[in-house]
Ligand binder design. Structure first.
Ligand code: IVH
Length: 691
């Protein structure tokens, strides 16, 4: 092929330009035919000059190999969720709450964006190159799906690192973006039709399709799924600066090549933000994709960061949820389930009904008081609602359609699992099974312990747990570590094995291996596995990092617990209450005996290694004369100091370089001491001489 390398590179640039016009800006400047011709030419050139192929060539988006399993990747910072607000009063209450915490909230302004019903992904770029993509996972660790994400044409493989004149850095050297992967309704319907026509299984809704398509082990399958992405956040970065307001951030994201939600809008007051949100409630179908609400975010990102989090939810943003969709169906019966804490909860068994793409057969009835108050009876026609990610729930009965012979619901008196008496705790709506050894209670606890978000004991399914309990092989979660091959084989053999391919001995061996492997799970997983009320994955992570061992965690007072960022009084009390139960302390004792006692070896937990900068928080701004961003991070952190992104009253020092950003002004305003690079090094030297 008669073409120079320079012309090839230009061709790559040209195809990428048209890709961006089409997939990101939704504004193509050439016809599909012309585009295809360019692509064919590119393929031809690359065939005759394979040695020229560069990773950012659009041809490199597909063709990656099939993997057998996804690799795990740790996110640089927790991938947070959002607290919900249902209606204007709750959104106003959020605003009032955070205004009380910091008076700058009133001046910050807001950005409102659609809350896309998709899947969060994290995209890592190093020196402008897309190097890694991951799912959210548990918010701490996700799955690496780089090859799959590369097939999304709207994700740029390269973003500009310098401005046009090659002078000013445009993006930090290492940067992590977050966005939502989803399908437009039209693309979803078209795909489903194609799947249907070719005799394949169809999907229920766009969100399931996006999830199923992203987690394909074969990226070539992902490549043919019409996935889209909208990007809205920077999770973390090193070496450079990024905009400090959400509005500027969105515009900047757009400028460097990412698709952003075109509906995003900026407001000065919460009132306007809410009005805008409410207007979208009735117009939601015009978005062209499923959104379960709008996200109201503080525009001032530094302030949002300083406000911190409550569990998994940042204080600086709130999800204003749209009301869900409602349907009518028959309540076949009221079922009862027993939870981990012995609480007995009623649920609705429904005549299956499709609500917005999801077949609903079960719905929550909240609690017994609710049933009595609404006079809900088995056999009634009921209104059921499904909103966002919450479990569908019964709104109430349609009494006019009730049959004459229907009878009011009577409260159960005994536990549906063990027949023991039910008790009501004064002041609570819940009914509890009075039997501390109720098998259902034990079952739920163990099920949670072995689950993916807990100790992740692969192969230890519901049925096997049930049998192990029935056979008396386990009396609490810790007993899992005392199981032997014989006990497991017995449980495996006695369960209904129609669908199993492996012989029981082999299955038991696999389970024993998973049990052994789970002994090395990090402390945060073990804390989450214990099933303490209100302690989810993020809180467990914070606790693990703060205390480092279970011994330290459970000897902490309520005061010490609540002093941890994100830990409220309810969570703190739940931890203390959990430990006050003897059976729980026995679980801990056994875990220790079995050697399941992980520790976090962090500098904070090793007083002798605290380092010279221990207790000091640093912020770096501008470029330093000799140290790169990586170097300065290493220097500070290896000496036990903490490096954060934004200046607050808790910042100990600002390290100042050339061309500083707004952090400099803020440090002056807050009276934060300022150091040059040389002064930072001198500070460390000086402390060395004291110790
Ligand atoms: S902001 C700190 N913005 O909704 C920032 N989230 O229910 C937290 N989501 O886990 C997220 N669209 O996966 C944000 N424009 C948007 C969003 C959005 C969809 C998802 C996200 C989050 C979930 C919370």
């Amino acid at each position: 092929m008669d073409i120079s390398k320079a012309a090839y590179l230009e061709l790559v640039g040209e195809v990428n330009f048209h890709n961006h016009r089409y997939h990101v800006l939704d504004d193509p400047v050439i016809s599909d035919l012309e585009y295809d011709a360019l692509l064919v030419r590119l393929h031809q050139v690359e065939e005759s000059h394979p040695e020229w192929i560069i990773p950012e060539s659009p041809t490199q988006r597909t063709g990656a190999e099939i993997t057998s399993k996804f690799k795990k990747v740790a996110h640089p910072k927790p991938i947070l969720s959002l607290a919900n607000a249902f209606g204007a009063p709750e959104a106003n209450a959020w605003f009032e709450r955070i205004s009380r915490l910091d008076e700058r909230v009133k001046k910050s302004g807001f950005v409102v964006e659609p809350k896309i019903d998709g899947l969060s992904v994290v995209l890592k770029y190093v020196k402008g190159n897309f190097v890694q993509g991951a799912t959210r996972g548990d918010g701490i660790i996700g799955e690496e799906i780089t090859a799959n994400l590369k097939t999304l044409r709207s994700i740029p493989m390269r973003i500009p690192i310098y401005d046009d004149k090659n002078l000013l850095p445009v993006i930090p050297e290492v940067i992590y973006f977050r966005g939502e992967v989803f399908l437009y309704n039209e693309a979803f319907e078209k795909l489903n039709l194609e799947l249907f026509n070719s005799g394949q299984k169809t999907y229920q809704n766009p969100r399931n399709t996006a999830a199923g398509s992203l987690r394909q082990l074969d990226p070539n399958v992902t490549a043919i799924r019409p996935l889209s992405i909208l990007v809205y956040q920077v999770i973390d970065y090193e070496g450079g600066n990024i905009p400090t307001s959400q509005w500027e951030l969105l515009n900047w994201l757009k400028n460097i090549g990412f698709p952003i939600a075109s509906e995003a809008a900026k407001f000065n007051t919460i009132k306007e933000a809410i009005l805008f949100t409410e207007a979208w409630e009735t117009e939601r179908d015009k978005l062209g994709y499923e959104a379960d609400g709008m996200v109201i975010k503080l525009n001032d990102l530094e302030l949002a960061e300083e406000l911190g989090t409550v569990g998994k939810d940042p204080r600086g943003a709130v999800a204003f949820k749209f009301p869900g969709r409602e349907v009518t169906t028959t309540l076949i019966d009221i079922g009862l389930s027993v939870g981990r804490t012995g609480v007995v909860t009623p649920y609705a068994i429904l005549d299956p009904v499709n609500i917005n793409g999801v077949i609903v057969e079960r719905a929550t009835l909240h609690n017994f008081d609710f049933i009595l108050e609404k006079d809900i009876r088995p056999g009634d026609k009921v209104l059921v609602k499904r909103a966002g990610e919450v479990i569908p729930y019964v709104i109430g009965p349609i009494k006019d359609l009730r049959k004459a012979d229907s009878k009011a619901y009577t409260l159960p008196e005994t536990c549906p699992e063990c027949g023991s008496h039910l008790e009501k705790v004064p002041g609570e709506v819940a009914y509890y099974c009075s039997n501390l050894n109720c098998p259902a209670r034990l079952f739920r606890g163990v099920e949670h312990f072995v689950s993916k978000s807990g100790m992740d004991i692969v192969g230890m399914g519901e049925k096997i747990v049930e049998k192990l309990i029935e056979n008396g092989a386990i009396k609490d979660a810790a007993d899992i570590y005392g199981l032997n091959g014989e006990m497991i084989t017995r449980a495996v053999s006695s369960k209904d094995r129609k669908s199993e391919k492996e012989p029981p001995g082999k299955l038991a061996e696999n389970i024993l291996n998973s049990i052994e492997n789970s002994k090395t799970r990090p402390l945060r997983r073990l804390i989450a596995a214990l099933g303490i009320n209100n302690i989810g994955e993020v809180a467990a992570n914070d606790l693990a990092n703060h205390f480092g061992t279970l011994d330290r965690l459970f000897s902490a007072s309520i005061e010490e617990l609540t002093s941890i960022e994100g830990m409220g009084p309810i969570m703190a009390k739940a931890i203390v209450d959990w430990y006050s139960v003897e059976a729980n302390r026995n679980i801990l004792k056994k875990l220790k005996q079995f050697g399941v006692w992980p520790e976090v070896i962090a500098v904070e937990n090793q007083p002798e290694m605290k380092g010279l900068l221990w207790g000091d928080t640093f912020v770096v701004t501008g470029s330093l004369p000799t140290l790169s961003r990586e170097d300065v991070k290493l220097l500070i952190e290896s000496n036990g100091g903490k490096l954060t992104d934004s200046v607050s009253k808790n910042t100990s020092y600002l390290v100042l370089g050339e061309k500083p950003g707004s952090k400099h002004e803020k440090a002056i305003k807050l009276n934060v001491p300022i150091l040059s690079e040389a002064e930072l090094i001198a500070l460390i030297e000086e402390r060395k001489s004291i110790t």
